[in-house]
Design a protein around this ligand. Structure first.
Ligand SMILES: Nc1ncnc2c1ncn2[C@@H]1O[C@H](COP(=O)(O)OP(=O)(O)OP(=O)(O)O)[C@@H](O)[C@H]1O
Length: 278
């Protein structure tokens, strides 16, 4: 059963519309079913988080949206993905990018042999806007990248590569940005900086964001609405403020009991086995 908590005052939709995943089932290699009827909405102009443990199906959900299942031998067996009324689920990755939906992949995947500025310019593939103005725009959001602009990307830190990957995606003027675990392997201060920047871009440009995270604390602190996935299904959804105060989410994802104590890893694991949301 899915627990829901409707948003009382949804903001006025931005002109580009919502991104909707409707009852999507995904199989890999035609036999391994990973998504079992996933439905979610990334509201225009909002930051939406998709939470869940390892293997829940979060990355697969992003691939289903961004048209990147095929290279992984996966396909959408049932359901649709649409953006602003246009169906994306039959399009390939390049067409999805052209429609304004751009994914920042997990693990950064910057071009390590190119310098920072060359990486950013590689993101201007759609020729939307003027690349010089766009570089300035990205450097305003991520001043660190300006100071590093001539450095080979392979010699920058993990956090800098994450900023670069986000900056590169922004060069394509996306309307929806898909972020796969931006916190992975980064120190907490850097994670906070990256999420604050994403929030700022969302507010200033009206960019919609779907962020996949295992770090529920930081994702809920910087998003409007959240979904929790388990076993290829959405098991809970609601406004982020409500989710972060929800005892089930607190206990399981944030590892905190009602009395404010941290749960031990073993307790959290046994809680997981009980699967109280299913
Ligand atoms: N290319 C693939 N071929 C076959 N199975 C896959 C493939 N990619 C993912 N899977 C399987 O699909 C399930 C969901 O994986 P997915 O990466 O979507 O989960 P996730 O929630 O993003 O987890 P993680 O945080 O570990 O990346 C896992 O059981 C995984 O083994």
């Amino acid at each position: 059963m899915t627990a829901t908590h409707p948003a009382p005052n949804p903001p006025a939709p931005a002109p580009h519309g919502d991104l909707t995943v409707n009852n999507v089932e995904v199989v890999y290699h035609d036999i391994v079913q990973v998504l079992r009827g996933v439905s979610l909405t990334v509201r225009a102009g909002q930051v939406t988080s998709l939470l869940g443990t390892n293997g829940a199906g979060k990355t697969t959900t992003l691939r289903a949206i961004s048209g990147l299942l095929k290279p992984e031998n996966g396909r959408i067996r049932e359901g649709t993905v649409s953006f602003g009324g246009r169906t994306l689920s039959s399009l390939g990755g390049t067409e999805v990018v052209k429609s304004g939906v751009v994914q920042v992949p997990e693990g950064r995947r910057v071009f390590k042999h190119l310098n920072v500025e060359e990486n950013l310019r590689a993101g201007a593939i759609l020729g939307r806007g003027r690349w010089r103005d766009d570089l300035e725009r990205i450097y305003t959001y991520f001043p660190k990248l300006r100071t590093l602009r001539h450095r080979q990307a392979g010699y920058t830190s993990g956090g800098e590569q994450q900023m670069l990957a986000i900056g590169r995606a922004l060069m394509a003027h996306p309307r929806v940005l898909l972020l796969d675990e931006p916190s992975l392997g980064l120190a907490p201060m850097l994670v906070a900086e990256i999420f604050e920047n994403v929030r700022r871009i969302n507010r200033e440009e009206g960019l919609s964001v779907l962020v996949v995270e295992q770090n529920a604390t930081v994702a809920l602190a910087h998003s409007d609405y959240g979904y929790v996935m388990e076993g290829g299904r959405i098991v809970m959804e609601g406004e982020s403020a409500w989710l972060s105060g929800n005892p089930d989410v607190k206990e399981f994802y944030l590892g905190v009991t009602e009395h404010g104590q941290r749960k031990s890893f073993r307790d959290v694991k046994s809680y997981k086995r009980r699967k109280r949301w299913m």
